[in-house]
Design a protein around this ligand. Structure first.
Ligand code: SF4
Length: 344
């Protein structure tokens, strides 16, 4: 977790809820965390400020009527549902917890609108206790860094509980939320990243290596409408948005969400690049190649072609850095595979 240490030193900004937590009010931490789900930081900040001027504690939340509450928290994501949940929450806190926010994960999880992410954040920020709040940023970045290999935030939390040193539990969320919003976003801004992190980042190394391979074999990126009817080698960059089991041929395996790079070649007269790639891309198609089964669920995000007959050389080079997905070699080669994986 060297990279976390670097972020600790370099980032000088807090996520909104971390700032709100400085007021030492578990009630405000809980409510603002609920509001922050599916909501931009700026909106959470503005809405929390407006709400806490009128609603300072559980009694205020009990008294305020639903319509006014909806207006106050608009435009946070799912504001109508959140307003309803907040009213229910106030009633439960009053009746079962003496108007106080409980300080145990299991109790917090019983509250309406409170999932593991919220409960963990309340534990760490409001009660300064050990929890690991894993949201989409923590989940994505920990996978990009190869620290975990997981499909969803819950799995990531469980893995981090096993391997993350305790001294990082309370701070990882704040650091990665800020970093994930500003730099390591879903489409990462690697050129704006801290150099010390970039040079330690496996994701960045893979992207840079892929560019080297494109240069080495003189690949050029083409659009699907502009594929030449020539012989050559191609790489398809495929994005799978959700992990799923996929049958290919007579096999079946789980494909994690992420990017897949497939290397193929079209060296026949009629089976040229245009026809071969065109067949892969057709929605309604007979499945000729194993890759066609993956293409049924994945989106092609890049087509790269080279006029060299270099399919197996490219595959061997990619295998140096990327994870091979077995079962995707070509019929007459000895390569481990021609399909390679990288997390999103
Ligand atoms: S180099 Fe890119 S992928 Fe790696 S941490 Fe920085 S922004 Fe994220």
């Amino acid at each position: 977790m060297e990279k976390i240490e670097i972020l600790k030193e370099k980032l000088n900004k807090n996520a909104v809820v971390t700032e709100i937590a400085k007021e030492k009010s578990p009630f405000k931490v809980l409510i603002s965390t609920i509001l922050s789900a599916r909501t931009k930081d700026e909106v959470t900040e503005e809405v929390s400020k407006r709400l806490f001027e009128k609603v300072k504690n559980v009694d205020d939340l009990l008294k305020i009527d639903l319509e006014e509450l909806e207006k106050l928290i608009y435009p946070v994501g799912f504001y109508r549902m959140k307003a309803k949940n907040l009213k229910k929450l106030a009633k439960i806190l009053k009746e079962n917890y003496n108007g106080k926010v409980p300080n145990e994960l299991d109790e917090l999880l019983k509250l309406p609108g409170v999932g593991r992410k919220t409960a963990n954040l309340v534990i760490t920020l409001a009660f300064d206790d050990y929890g690991i709040c894993v949201d989409t940023h923590v989940h994505r970045i920990c996978n990009r860094w190869g620290y975990v290999e997981t499909e969803n935030p819950e799995e990531t939390e469980m893995e981090l509980r096993k391997k993350l040193p305790k001294k990082y539990w309370k701070i990882i969320n704040n650091l990665l939320v800020v970093f994930g919003r500003e730099i390591c976003s879903p489409t990462p801004k690697c050129e704006e990243c801290f150099e010390e992190i970039r040079e330690r980042c496996p994701y960045y190394k893979k992207i840079a290596y892929f560019d080297e391979i494109l240069k080495k074999y003189e690949f050029e990126k083409v659009s699907k409408n502009n594929i030449p009817a020539e012989k050559g080698t191609y790489i398809l960059k495929i994005k799978l948005n959700r992990g799923r089991k996929i049958k290919f041929g007579n096999k079946e395996r789980f494909f994690r969400k992420g990017y897949y790079f497939y290397v193929g070649s079209a060296l026949g007269k009629s089976m040229n690049l245009k026809n071969r790639i065109g067949r892969h891309l057709k929605k309604e198609k007979k499945k000729f190649w194993h890759i066609d089964y993956l293409l049924e669920f994945g989106d092609v995000k890049g087509i790269y072609i080279s006029n060299k007959g270099c399919e197996c050389e490219v595959a061997k080079d990619l295998a140096e850095v990327f994870k091979c997905v077995e079962g995707f070699g070509c019929s007459d080669c000895k390569c481990e595979s021609h399909l390679f994986y990288m997390p999103l």
